[in-house]
Design a protein around this ligand. Structure first.
Ligand code: ASP
Length: 343
């Protein structure tokens, strides 16, 4: 694979595109701060009710749901939950929700996390049959003293919380009547012929949905929901439900979210790294580049994996950067190509 370093060119392009994108959303750094948020550095938004920023093409689905919530006066937390739920139900999507590709043993296992700028967080890992893992993550945050529940215990808590958990072999009855969706089962059976695990870059141009939202009152939330890597080992949990790895948000600084090969992000706590970089003065764009550079430094040959990172600060400024080209993201209702280290 020909690999060309394109960081500088890409940075120039993105700064322009981010600024344009911000202008298009109606956000302005010059507008007066709301009184409630003056100390956060939050800038009021002109006609808009908030910002939504999400990974991949299916970020558009998530953002539309989130924008609906924000326009109705809902919070960033509600917007993120609702955006992630919309993608969890998106059946042709085989990377999020019960219709996803399974692990190597044929089980769909799901991870999710949610966090607010005030430092409240909840997450679930390795859950089966849960229709809305993002809502389960929120329930962990709001109804337990814990941050992370996994496996059977998390499923038990889902039932106790009144969330829908489908029994094994009815997990996907809404989409096909078997444990796996027909499309996922076909692909898994093909995969079984070779049984070779290889991370696939930019799979279908959508993957984990990770989302950031900033509401009109200057509250920020982040969320992520995924089936993780296709054909992963049974029991594997990625970066998405690990607070600080897949998502992190901290008022009054900002938030960051990741997608891609989770192990590379886990080794560096990528989202936390980007938020800390913003705390030390970097723009969201610089912070994404800084975190991706660290991920590459720690994980070796960048041609072998993809990581996409998005960041948003309390001014409404956006950053996006990836290891490889092909990482798309949605800002509000517009889709963008993130610049990348390699192309
Ligand atoms: N980061 C996720 C994981 O490693 C996968 C993804 O973003 O597609 O589980």
């Amino acid at each position: 694979m020909a690999v060309e370093i394109s960081r500088r060119t890409a940075l120039g392009a993105l700064v322009v595109s981010s600024l344009t994108a911000c202008r298009n959303t109606g956000w302005s750094e010059d507008s007066s701060p709301t009184t409630a948020r003056a100390s956060t550095g939050f800038s009021s938004l002109n006609n808009m009710k908030g910002i939504t920023l999400s990974t991949w093409n299916h970020g558009l689905t998530a953002n539309r749901a989130g924008i609906g919530v924000l326009n109705g006066g809902g919070t960033a937390l509600d917007a993120v939950e609702s955006g992630c739920r919309a993608v969890e139900l998106d059946c042709p999507d085989m990377t999020v929700g019960l219709a996803s590709r399974p692990d190597r043993d044929g089980f769909v296992t799901l991870d999710a996390a949610i966090m607010t700028g005030e430092g409240r967080a909840g997450a679930v890992g390795f859950v089966r049959g849960v229709v809305h893992p993002i809502s389960l993550a929120r329930a962990v945050m709001e109804r337990t003293p814990h941050v992370l529940l996994v496996g059977a215990g998390a499923e038990q808590f889902a039932r106790e919380s009144g969330l829908e958990v489908r029994p094994e072999c009815q997990a996907c009855d809404a989409i096909g009547g078997a444990c796996l969706s027909p499309a996922a089962e076909r692909e898994w059976r093909d995969w079984l012929l070779e049984r070779q695990y290889r991370p696939r870059i930019n799979i279908e141009n959508h993957d984990t949905i990770s989302m950031l939202a900033l509401d009109k009152n200057g509250r920020m939330a982040a969320g992520s929901t995924t089936s993780g890597l296709a054909y992963k080992m049974h029991g594997r949990v990625g970066d998405s439900p690990i607070i600080g790895a897949g998502i992190f948000v901290d008022a009054p600084i900002g938030g960051a979210i990741c997608t891609g090969l989770g192990e590379t992000v886990l080794r560096t706590l990528g989202a936390h790294l980007a938020v800390e970089a913003m705390r030390h003065g970097m723009t969201p764009q610089e912070a994404c580049e800084h975190a991706i550079a660290r991920i590459i430094e720690k994980n070796g040959n960048p041609a072998e994996y993809q990581v996409g990172m998005l960041a948003l600060d309390f001014h409404g400024r956006v950053g996006a950067f990836a290891v490889q080209k092909g990482f798309t993201y949605a800002l509000g209702e517009s889709l963008h190509d993130a610049p990348s280290e390699l192309r």
